[in-house]
Design a protein around this ligand. Structure first.
Ligand SMILES: [Zn+2]
Ligand SMILES: [Zn+2]
Length: 152
């Protein structure tokens, strides 16, 4: 059909298109890295509890306690796999820190810390006593006799 003059193709919703394309790329990469005929029978798919992004993995590559990261770069969620009753279960992966002052327990998405670069810091405040903490990803060294990292 000839197009009427002045009729423009629908404008793209860029963020949506981008998300869609990212999903497609993810999917293609996954297929490319998997035996194609095995792909459909061996995927484990679930939605990220934090951002709703769907997370697809080749279940043949999953094991008990595999860490699976949300593929949305904006999202810090990651999951630990558990295999029960012939199916994978994805448990949110948290790091738990106890306040050294009042023993109040705080839970964080593991990637809040694991994604830090060397020497990068992040802070948090204890919910119980407001003590402020600084978390830094460091490589340390010292005499073995100082029992590095062993706090009393
Ligand atoms: Zn997510
Ligand atoms: Zn505290």
């Amino acid at each position: 059909m000839p197009r009427k003059k002045g009729q423009h193709p629908q404008e793209f919703d860029e963020p949506k298109l981008r998300t869609f394309l990212e999903d497609v790329i993810e999917y293609v990469e996954l297929i490319a890295s998997t035996k194609f005929d095995a792909y459909f029978s061996y995927t484990a798919t679930f939605s990220c509890e934090k951002c709703g992004h769907s997370i697809v993995r080749n279940s043949e590559l999953l094991d008990e306690e595999t860490i699976v990261e949300c593929q949305n770069e904006q999202c810090n969620a990651s999951y630990i796999t558990h295999f029960d009753n012939d199916a994978f279960r994805f448990e949110p992966y948290f790091i738990t820190l106890d306040c050294k002052n009042c023993d109040q327990r705080a839970q964080f998405d593991a990637n809040t810390f694991l994604k830090l670069k060397t020497n990068e810091t992040t802070t948090f405040a204890c919910n119980g006593c407001d003590t402020r903490y600084l978390v830094r990803w460091t490589l340390e060294y010292g005499p073995e006799s100082d029992a590095l990292g062993q706090e009393k």
